[in-house]
Write a protein that binds this ligand. Structure first.
Ligand SMILES: [Zn+2]
Length: 190
């Protein structure tokens, strides 16, 4: 298992609902947790906040979300199965987003600041989550993955809102973003 990156067409597929939480589903979740932390070891300035199953090529509606997004030492994740946005509200705010599947590119993405999500936990319990700000953003980003949507899709061409992480961990504006990512993706799809 490895993290797949753009322009891999699997990232553009719609994932299937999980009907039974069986061994295979639990193995997928375990692999997601492991991959997220492996990735983090190779990216000293970044935190692996969340991940969706299609990012390792598994087209199932499963995401994992870090329980503590500030402290790298706290490396636990909650898995959400068949997560669904019931309501998105509040102001639309722009903030930085990155993605394990869009290597080293960050963008300013507009998102609503409040969401309500329903999902199942690994043990089958149904949960409803009321999230704001960073957690709301993370949930929307991950649930997008289950429908083949990437954060770059929310950024209009004219906004020039892309950044790259320097060797020192600073975000610097990217000028040639189109040629780096979108054109690649077009080539792959044609
Ligand atoms: Zn992502």
């Amino acid at each position: 298992m490895k993290i797949i990156t753009t322009p891999n067409p699997l990232l553009r597929e719609k994932s299937k609902k999980v009907s039974t939480i069986d061994e295979e589903v639990l193995d997928t979740i375990a692999a997601m947790r492991k991959l997220s932390l492996d990735w983090e070891k190779e990216h000293p300035y970044e935190l692996s906040a969340a991940m969706a199953a299609p990012q390792m090529g598994v087209l199932k509606r499963i995401i994992i979300v870090r329980d503590d997004m500030e402290d790298k030492k706290k490396a636990t994740f909650t898995a959400l199965i068949n997560p669904e946005v019931i309501r998105a509200e509040g102001k639309i705010k722009k903030d930085y987003e990155g993605c394990l599947s869009v290597p080293s590119i960050y963008g300013m993405v507009p998102r609503p600041t409040k969401v309500r999500v329903k999902a199942k936990l690994e043990d089958g319990t149904e949960v409803r989550i009321k999230a704001t700000d960073e957690l709301a953003r993370t949930l929307l980003h991950e649930i997008d993955h289950l429908d083949g949507v990437l954060f770059i899709d929310h950024i209009r061409d004219d906004e020039k809102a892309f950044y790259k992480m320097s060797d020192k961990g600073d975000l610097v504006p990217v000028e040639d973003y189109e040629s780096e990512i979108r054109d690649n993706e077009k080539l792959w799809n044609d």
